[in-house]
Ligand binder design. Sequence first.
Ligand code: AMP
Length: 420
Amino acid sequence: MQVTGPRGTNDILPGDVERWHLVEERIRSLCRIYGYHEIRTPIFEHTELFVRGIGEATDIVEKEMYTFTDKGDRSITLRPEGTAPVVRAYLEHKLYAAGNPTKLYYLGPMFRYERPQAGRYRQFTQFGVEVFGSRHPAVDAEAIALPVHLYQALGIKDARVQINTIGCPECRPAYRQLLKDSLRDRVDQLCPSCQRRYERNPLRLLDCKEESCRRVTADVPTIYDSLCEECRDHFDRLQVYLEAAGIDFEVNPRLVRGFDYYTKTVFEFSSSSLGAQDALGGGGRYDGLVEEVGGQPTPGIGFAVGIDRILLAMERQGAAAPAPDGVKVFIASLGEAATLAAVTLLSQVRRAGIPAEMDYLGRSLKAQLKAADKSRARYAVIVGDAELAKEAAVVRNLATGEQAEVSLAEVTLHLKEALK
Ligand code: AMP
């Protein structure tokens, strides 16, 4: 029986991979423009990092992690997100020593045991940034501006930006209590997950998608009246800075996001073209996380955007797919001596940076020229016995049929000129 790929994983095939390259190149170029440096962390980490970093009462840690015991009896987890690993690496390698703010980005696969559907997979790719060492709300504005810039540059026209604040350890406990008090009599009307959240993580009740929960929580107080002065000021200034940077946004008091580590600012990007799984990305400030993972108190902020979803949105909005790089030269030969010359030519032409192929199927000269046409090569180089005797080859323009005899030593130079 044929083995298939695991549920929730995707093969990215030739023809599709060019779009991935385009997105990846845009990301790398934007990170250069915005001053972020790439960091590559392992695909797996000690499980404890995520339990401490993401929080025990989160969906990810409760039910979505790919966790296993390795042969050395250690509990290992395939990374479900990028922030905790980057924080760990930041501390382990004392990246702060070079002077904060430290601005890092990552791009790579993440793993979550979720129910697969369009736009939601068990292995997916995220691009994210983390900034350490600044409490300034202008950094929050930058962390929102960069993905917006990326979406625009990729032709996603309808990316919606929502922001909120969830306060800090100073002011959030009072709001949690207020929220719980206001729902005390109606807990039994909440969905089973929200009944659990009521005790452990009541803010998450605010973004439950269940219609019944929405009804029950419709009139609960927002956090805004409970914010401490610092959080209030931070949120106000963030909005002023976003306007100054020309970013359109909406304030959504129900936006809370699924990680425990956030403080103050949270934000999310979405696109209506994506359907049910409409989140393009999101992030927030995490001023307590570095300490949680074992470092000195250090403020931080970051975002993660889903590359799979970006590609889906691009496709649905008809953004052009780049054409695959084609072969430019096909070297046709017949007989062992000519093939030897062809191998030498192929090596020279490729080293000159020209995409080239030769026949590997032992076809007739006629069939090789047909293959050259089919490959959409612009030139064929034909090495026949007669030419070989003169240390030469025929270079044929496959569009016009024009051809010239060129000495073997000059073929590469001739092609370089012709392809200019
Ligand atoms: P999160 O790390 O949960 O904040 O997710 C950030 C972004 O990653 C989301 O907005 C999605 O675009 C993407 N993402 C998260 N989970 C998945 C998944 N299971 N499959 C595909 N993309 C995902």
